[in-house]
Design a protein around this ligand. Structure first.
Ligand code: G3P
Ligand code: CA
Length: 272
């Protein structure tokens, strides 16, 4: 059939804030997400991990060491222990910040708190939630994610003009689990620089309709976008911070640009 996204139907890509507006604010804090929403981002990206007592928290690394003042592995710590850490001080404060410490800049963020913020936002916000693997809890992470999405009324099919959710993972198994648990939530199969050869022709794991592609891979293999589009798939590119990468994404017509600097990308998209 005809390509789903020919030049004639080229659309504006969604701009998704990677870990929030994380160039400016400490990643995965409420402050970083609030800023992304204020800046006009269409969507928010977050990584989720399960605590020892079964809560989903927004943390990228397996350990807390890089982004907090603590040490240890997220999945071995309880929510209260993680909440006792400072998640903001590792990143220098802005020169223009006033003396008043901003709690939202230094606190752990749970997925539930992030979803509450999304639902409170008047305009539709997308949430691209990534589960990290391997993990000691394996399928429990997806089961818990499915439960939280259902609790927030976000497990249904995407509707125009409403908040939306996508589940992403580098793990095919995780994506498939999520499809079984929440068949209506679209999934994104993430591919790094070492994209499996069998997906270079535009195919994806069964039932997945979006490729989440490392922009470094797009630099070397730009035709991935048209191949995915020709099969009716979408392409989300990450992590797109350099102006030349933003230009490449606009030229290739990707469907979403995931960036630590959503405001800069929005400016580039609007002036394209
Ligand atoms: O959006 C996908 C991207 O976040 C994957 O890489 O390491 O930043 O989670 P990472
Ligand atoms: Ca991620």
């Amino acid at each position: 059939g005809a390509p789903a996204h020919s030049a004639a139907t080229r659309h504006t890509p969604l701009v998704i804030a990677h870990r929030g507006s994380s160039q400016a604010e400490p990643e995965h804090t409420l402050k970083a997400y609030q800023r992304a929403i204020e800046e006009g981002a269409d969507g928010l990206e977050c990584d989720v991990r399960l605590t020892a007592d079964g809560h989903l928290v927004c943390v990228h690394d397996r350990r807390v060491n890089r982004t907090s003042n603590g040490r240890g592995i997220v999945s071995t710590l309880e929510l209260a222990e993680l909440e006792g850490l400072d998640w903001g001080s590792w990143k220098a404060a802005h020169e223009d910040d006033d003396e008043v410490p901003d709690r939202n800049r230094g606190q752990l963020l749970t997925l539930r708190a992030l979803l509450t913020t999304v639902l409170e936002t008047k305009r539709p916000i997308g949430l691209a939630i990534e589960t990290k693997h391997p993990t000691r809890y394996a399928g429990l992470v997806e089961r818990q994610l499915a439960k939280v999405l259902a609790d927030f009324g976000l497990a249904g099919p995407p509707e125009p003009g409403k908040h939306w959710v996508r589940m992403m993972s580098f793990s095919q198994l995780a994506v498939q689990r999520m499809r079984q648990l929440c068949p209506d939530v679209p999934t994104v199969y993430l591919v790094e620089d070492s994209m499996p050869l069998r997906f270079r022709d535009g195919s994806l794991p069964k039932g997945v309709h979006t490729a989440g592609v490392d922009v470094r891979l797009l630099r070397r293999h730009p035709r991935i976008v048209e191949r995915q589009h020709s099969r009716g798939h979408q392409v989300f590119a990450w992590t797109v911070d350099r102006p030349e990468d933003v230009d490449l994404c606009l030229e290739l017509g990707v469907d979403a640009i995931i960036s630590n600097r959503p405001r800069d990308v929005l400016d580039a998209v609007r002036s394209a």
